[in-house]
Structure formats: C-alpha cells, structure tokens
Design a protein around this ligand. Structure first.
Ligand code: GDP
Ligand code: MG
Length: 441
C-alpha cells in the first residue's frame, strides 16, 4: 500500500497543477490502496467520494506540490472519519461500583485487555478494580485472568466451579458493592464465530450487570470480518466503544476505518502487544498514517501543512509592508497572540517591538485585554474592518456597545492598530526582503 500510494503521489508531484483528472486518477489508486488495507468496499467508495468533493474545490497552492496537497486532503479526511470521542480514553465509571462489560470473539484479546485496562484504571485514576471471568467454556480461562490479576495487583473474583455466567456476574456485582470497589470488569467468553448462544449469553449478562461501558474487543488484524462482528454485537448487545488489539502486528488498520464508518462506534483503545502496559488511547492521526503507509506520508503531510502556513504568513507580510494592515489582520494577529501564550511571548519575537512592548505595558495591555480587543473587532461590520479610517463617533459608539465596552477602549485599539500599521510599513521599507520577512524565517 505504502509503495502504491507513494507511486501515485510521486507522479502527481512531478506535474505542475492538479487537474480534476489528476485527482480522479489518484483517488482511483487510493481506493485500491484502501481495499488492500482491508477497508471494506462501501466504506472505501464513500471515503473516496468525500475526498473527491473536497479536493476538486480546492485551489492549488503553488509552494506545495499537488501530490502533497492530495495526501493532506486524504489524511485529513481519514482523521475526520476516524475521530469519535473527544477523549476516547475516558471510561464512564462514576457511581461506584461501575460495571464494565468486555465482549468479543474468542482469541480477540478480551482477557488481556481486561487486565490491561484494570491496571490503567488502578495506576492512572487510582481506582479499586475487581475483575471477574465469566468464561465457563474454555478450560483455564478463569485461571488466566486470576494469574494476570496477581501479576498487576488487581483483585479477581474467587473462582467457583460449575457456575453459569449470569450467576458469576451477580456474584461480582455483590462482591464489588460490598468490597467497596470503584469498578468491576466482566470478562466474557467468546466463540470463534458469532452464534445465537454467544449473543444470548452476553445479553443475559448485560441485563444483570447493566454495564456503564460495553467494550467490544476486536482483533485489528482481521479486516472485513471485524465490521460484521462489530455490527452484530452492536445490534444485539449494544456497544459503547471498541478496542482494537494486535495493532503491534503489521496489519494496516483498515478495520478501524470500516468499523468506525459502518457502526459509528468510537474506537477507544489500541492494544500494542502482550505485555500489560501495551495499550494506548486511540489516536486517529496515528491510524490514519498507518492506513496510508506509515511515517513517511505523515511527515510529508506535516511538511505540507507547514508550507501552507508559511505561505499564508508571507502573503500577509507582503500586504502589511504595503501598508495594507486592516482590522481583520489585527484580529488574526491578536488571536495568534492568544494561541502563542499571550502578549509577552509574542512581542519578544517581533523585532523592534521592545519599544511598543513598553508602551503596551504602560497602557495596561494584558491577555484579558486581548479578548476585549477581539470582541471589539468582532462587533465591527465587514466594511469597517477593512477600512478602519471610516470609524466616526456614531459608529464607534455602536461598536463599543456591541462589545459591551467603552468608546475609550475602542480608541485605544484604533491607536494601537495605527501604530502597528505604521511600524510594519516602515519595516517593509527597510531594505530588500525587509526585516519582518527576515524575522519570519
Ligand atoms: P480472549 O480469548 O479474547 O480472552 O483473548 P486473550 O486475551 O486470551 O488473548 C489471546 C492472545 O492474544 C494472547 O496470547 C494474548 O497475549 C494475545 N494478545 C492480546 N492482545 C494483544 C495485542 O494487542 N498484541 C499482541 N501481539 N497480542 C495480543
Ligand atoms: Mg478470554
């Protein structure tokens, strides 16, 4: 896949512009590549369609290659589709004891993942966890969990031979409540394939435990099948999230995309090995990079992003040095300042700004002021922002009122704008290239 994609993008890289045909040809290859990464056919088709729509509307930026641009669009769209929860690693475990139900096929990694998550909850959130194995089918399955529990220092429910899964779940619930546990995890039995009995058993356990989270554990190396498994489990049992295991193997992770697209369920964790620490919170951009063929493409994307930003900055600078510094520019500068750690951090980076810094300090300019200034600019009309010189008394009153501030505050902002515009104009005249441009590098 990696080679195939690189090939496509190399070809694009060598051409000057990105025509609609180029996009189409490239995306045909992307689609094949996705299928090779085990993304299911309908998902690959929809994905390509979405990218096509986005790519075709976009102007070609001259300083990045068309290939980089397509990579970036493909990558961003992958991240977009893969992104589920804002904080996938946060399990709903308020109101102790909170039950977590683990479901999935046999060998998918349920027992291992149960222990990994228990360790995480214990170490990162300081939770008291009780684990219980409901796997009455496989010999030694219960002992497996018990051994892992001893290894990570997490309690397991005592084993009673001959009990059925529902009885064990009830016992776990009681024990968790009486023992003052924050969380109890139910590790269920799996089958090689989904069958009615497996589903019925899991549903019965679900009804008894009323789990706060039902995590479906899926082997990340299985492709197509993973989607069917996820759909089935979600329909019959209801799943709150997915854990993809064996992502330390060389599977491409296409299952992640299909599962997310088809079931809409968020991927929460990724298993990265047999060790108890080998689990991480799901990161969309990492999997996107993997589906596209690992690091080289991701770094290419980052480079493209940087170039784009640098180009925007340069375009802005060109305008500033011509004296075209309007309120929209000022606002984006102010917002930039907020992002870059406020006034001081920003000012220390501008050449020749020490004097202005003093003036600002004198005027009591701080980060709260940045917010007020942005509010003032927001209450200006489009025309006023482009031509601040048209601001007369009545307009000023309206703007200040709109922002809930005094006119004097607006006057300060206007003065600052004029000073900055003057300064930038002067800098633009200082020799070829200009100081600011130099400083931008
Ligand atoms: P269960 O039948 O669903 O409970 O699966 P197990 O938890 O018993 O795991 C089956 C096998 O897969 C064990 O040998 C685990 O060590 C292994 N395993 C589980 N998760 C991972 C993972 O993320 N990466 C790798 N490489 N192996 C894993
Ligand atoms: Mg097991």
């Amino acid at each position: 896949l990696s080679e195939r994609l690189s090939g496509v993008f190399d070809r694009l890289t060598k051409q000057g512009a990105l025509s609609e045909d180029d996009v189409k040809t490239a995306l045909r290859e992307v689609r094949v590549a996705l299928l090779e990464a085990d993304v299911s056919l309908p998902v690959a088709r929809d994905f390509v369609k979405a990218v096509q729509a986005k790519a075709t509307g976009q102007a070609v930026t001259k300083s990045i290659t068309p290939g980089q641009q397509v990579v970036k669009i493909v990558h961003d769209e992958l991240v977009h589709v893969l992104t589920g929860d804002e904080d996938p690693g946060k399990l709903k475990i308020d109101n102790p004891p909170a039950p977590i139900l683990m479901v999935g096929l046999q060998g998918s990694g349920k027992t291992t993942t149960t222990a990994k998550l228990a360790k995480r909850l214990k170490e990162r959130e300081n939770k008291r966890v009780l684990m219980a194995s409901l796997d009455v089918n496989r010999p030694a399955a219960m002992e497996q969990l018990q051994i892992l529990g001893a290894q990570i220092g997490v309690d397991t429910l005592p084993i009673v031979k001959g009990e059925d899964p529902v009885t064990i779940a009830k016992r776990a619930k009681t024990q968790a409540a009486m023992g003052g546990y924050d969380v109890y995890m139910l590790d269920t039995a799996g089958r090689l394939h989904i069958d009615a009995e497996l589903i019925a058993q899991a549903a019965a356990v679900r009804d008894v435990a009323q789990p706060r989270e039902t995590l479906l554990v899926v082997d990340g190396l299985t492709g197509q099948d993973a989607v069917n498994v996820a759909t089935e489990f979600d329909d019959k049992i209801g799943v709150s999230g997915v854990v993809l295991t064996r992502m330390d193997g060389d599977g491409r992770g296409g299952a992640a995309l299909s599962m997310r697209a088809v079931t809409g369920k968020p991927i929460r964790f990724v298993g990265l090995g047999e060790k108890m620490d080998a689990i991480e919170t799901f990161e969309p951009s990492r999997i996107a990079g993997r589906i596209l063929g690992m690091g080289d493409i991701v770094s290419l994307v980052e480079k493209a992003q940087e170039t784009l930003e640098a180009e925007q900055a340069e375009r802005m600078m060109r305008r500033f040095t011509k004296g075209q510094f309007n309120m929209n520019d000022l606002r984006s500068q102010l917002e930039q300042m907020m992002k870059m750690g406020g006034m001081e951090g920003m000012m220390s980076m501008l050449p020749g700004a020490a004097k202005m810094q003093k003036q600002m300090d004198g005027a009591g300019i701080d980060d709260k002021m940045l917010k007020r200034q942005i509010a003032l600019i927001q209450s200006m009309t489009k025309r006023e922002r482009a031509n601040p010189q048209i601001l007369q008394a009545s307009r000023k009153k309206r703007i200040a009122k709109g922002a809930g501030l005094e006119v004097s505050e607006l006057n300060k902002l206007l003065k600052m704008h004029r000073q900055m515009a003057d300064m930038m104009k002067k800098m633009g005249k200082m020799g070829k290239g200009g100081m600011l441009k130099q400083a931008m590098k």
